[in-house]
Write a protein that binds this ligand. Structure first.
Ligand code: AMP
Length: 575
């Protein structure tokens, strides 16, 4: 397939915002795509070259893309920068400058989708001395062979700004519509995607045979998208919702997913990035498990021998950075509190109940470093409350209540797991939001060039970010310096195309850094666009940053629906 056809569809997609319309355009388009080309096409629509766990990343900054545009279009770099400063969109800059050149020469050949994808992978994999020059050369060649419209999308893709406004749910809808004419195959597609985290692979198999998707199974080295927990405001509500259930401590550590097949072990983060090299001690112990193939997950925490307590998530990360992996493994050994298991020697366990999976867990763990996340079965709110209070006394975040009959709900927030956390003001939980802009310091803070951040949550239905809070207080001097340093590097001239906003910060930044925010209450306000209806959105009262959540990506922040649910939960709490 020619990339020209893809670029035309991309142009159509970015001009509309209705999900139904996008779905039908995509379904019509997928129908025309040869089944061996659907996998790379899906990745390209997602703005990636591979699923996160294979980490094929382009790593090309704006500067390199500008050099390639300059040499392909025959303009000085300064001229490209000037155009970019005006347009604020490097893709559009490439398009307009190449347009002028193409009017003079008709030399370009037709760019094939697979050729383009393979060339981008080649750019990503080029490393070592002189690699940056080679990357620019390869990108220049691609631009030489592309039409102006194609170059708009190639440039946006390489700098990580493709953002067609098409989220994974829309792609899954389109695949279902393609075969069934409606969304009736969504559930099967969702499950397959959630247990392998590879939408390109799911689409490829689905195009070959939708029957195969029904029987799709978990397999080692395809990490599952982690299950998420719902929230309720107290023990009584939890018991009313799921009845007799298991209660585990909620550890504030690093969520890790461990895969083993024979001698090979991989460990994935919550964002499904390979972290194996960070945990040599855990790898050794996983290798020694007697199961040939196994997949399980847990929460890792470093142990402070001197103080006989576990470090928190933040301390665990800080220690490991400061002391190095080997050193800190000795001084602050990591323990993984294993809380779920998905697969043993060819058997997919994700459809089995919590009680069943727990039996397998208890047969295998604990080992020395791989502890078992202890659980207690409770039937009443009073029993649960005692466990919750004990957890708070032990300085833990709270508890997780787990439905005894529920399968593992990969990628979904269901009442299979319900978290109950220590309270902040009236709120039942903290939220995670992405920083989309920042403010300059005023008065005594002017010297820090940082006065606070504008944050946003995510609306998966529209694929947009919506603002929820300006956070201007509670920063230490060190934090102000740190935030200024990391945000300054990702400043952008315009707000993200996917952001809906009513208030403007001094600087926009690419949505990248996720922060956990505590607050007193969710209120309605005309300033923020979260869940906005009739000019009123949801906003946080007295927001303050708890920590930077390096384990989360920008698409994994709290959703609009969760904020609205939390808004209503706080009235129950008041009672
Ligand atoms: P939150 O990050 O507040 O949405 O809470 C969900 C997170 O709690 C999960 O992603 C896990 O990293 C963490 N967690 C800690 N302890 C447990 C546990 N016993 N069971 C499941 N998740 C846990």
């Amino acid at each position: 397939m020619l990339f020209r056809e893809c670029a035309e569809v991309f142009e159509k997609l970015e001009s509309i915002s209705k999900r139904l319309e996008m779905t039908s355009i995509l379904a019509d388009f997928f129908r025309k795509v040869p089944s061996n080309e659907i996998q790379p096409l899906i990745y390209m629509i997602q703005g990636i070259l591979s699923p996160p766990f294979l980490s094929v990343e382009l790593g090309l900054g704006e500067r390199f893309a500008i050099s390639a545009i300059a040499s392909s279009a025959g303009y000085p770099i300064k001229e490209v920068e000037k155009n970019f400063a005006k347009s604020g969109d490097l893709g559009k800059t490439a398009e307009s400058l190449l347009e002028k050149k193409k009017q003079l020469s008709l030399s370009s050949r037709k760019l094939d989708l697979i050729y383009l994808y393979n060339s981008l992978v080649k750019i990503a994999k080029t490393s070592g001395a002189g690699s940056q020059e080679l990357k620019i050369k390869l990108l220049t060649e691609l631009l030489n062979n592309s039409t102006p419209l194609e170059s708009r999308f190639i440039i946006r893709f390489v700098i990580g700004e493709l953002r067609l406004g098409v989220g994974d749910p829309t792609i899954l809808d389109a695949l279902s519509v393609l075969k069934a004419g409606d969304k009736s195959l969504r559930e099967e597609l969702d499950r397959a995607y959630n247990i392998c985290a590879d939408l390109g692979l799911v689409a490829k198999i689905f195009m070959e045979s939708s029957e195969q998707i029904k029987h799709f199974k978990v397999k080692p080295f395809n990490p599952l998208i982690p299950a998420l927990a719902e929230r309720l405001s107290n023990s009584e509500e939890i018991i009313n919702k799921i009845g007799k259930c298991a209660v585990e401590n909620k550890f504030d550590g690093l969520r890790l997913q461990c895969h083993k097949k024979g001698e090979l072990v991989e460990i994935y983060s919550r964002k499904l990035e390979k972290m194996t090299h960070m945990f040599p001690d855990l790898v050794k112990e996983i290798k020694s498990l007697k199961q040939d193939e196994i997949i399980f997950e847990g929460e890792a925490l470093a142990f402070n021998k001197k103080q006989d307590r576990y470090f928190s998530f933040q301390e665990t990360i800080r220690r490991r950075r400061k002391h190095g992996i080997e050193e800190s493994s000795k001084e602050f050994p990591l323990n993984l509190f294993v809380f779920d298991i998905f697969y043993i020697d060819g058997r997919d366990l994700t459809k089995e109940s919590y009680t069943q999976r727990r039996k397998y867990l208890e047969q295998i763990f604990p080992t020395t470093l791989l502890k078992l996340s202890e659980n207690k079965i409770v039937s009443t709110a009073e029993e649960m409350e005692i466990l919750f209070q004990n957890a708070i006394k032990e300085n833990l975040e709270g508890i997780m209540a787990k439905d005894l009959n529920s399968p593992y709900t990969a990628g979904k927030r269901k009442f299979a797991w319900i978290k109950l956390k220590k309270s902040y003001g009236k709120s039942v939980d903290t939220i995670d939001a992405v920083i989309v802009g920042y403010y300059l310091g005023k008065g005594s803070r002017a010297k820090f060039k940082f006065g606070g951040v504008l944050t946003a949550i995510h609306n998966p239905d529209s694929g947009k970010f919506e603002t929820i809070a300006n956070i201007g207080s509670g920063f230490t001097e060190e934090e102000m310096n740190n935030f200024e340093k990391i945000l300054n590097k990702i400043k952008s001239k315009k707000p993200s195309k996917n952001l809906i906003f009513k208030t403007e910060p001094d600087f926009w930044v690419k949505p990248k850094y996720v922060v956990e925010i505590a607050f007193d209450e969710i209120t309605q306000s005309p300033t923020h666009t979260c869940g906005m209806e009739n000019d009123k959105g949801y906003a946080l009262r007295f927001p303050r940053i708890v920590k930077l959540r390096e384990d989360r990506s920008e698409n994994e922040v709290t959703t609009t629906k969760e904020i609205i649910d939390m808004y209503w939960l706080q009235f129950k709490n008041k009672k």
